[in-house]
Ligand binder design. Sequence first.
Ligand SMILES: [Zn+2]
Length: 80
Amino acid sequence: MARLLEYLNIHHTIGEELTKDEFISLSAGKRYRPKSDKIYYLRISRCCVIRFSKLIGFRIKRKMVTLMTLIRESRFKEIC
Ligand SMILES: [Zn+2]
């Protein structure tokens, strides 16, 4: 995923943190039990959120709708 973002010139940061035994995603309403002891997160920089939505986006409709709502309400500017 990070290679794809680099290829498309979408600014991002990658981080990792140790997982708890399990966690509940409030947005998905599901309980997750991680398979490894680390989870990785990928954060799209504000300057590239609109680029990300146009070039990649989400296949899961719920996530795409949330992303588009966020863009509309947060007045992200296309800087890059
Ligand atoms: Zn950017």
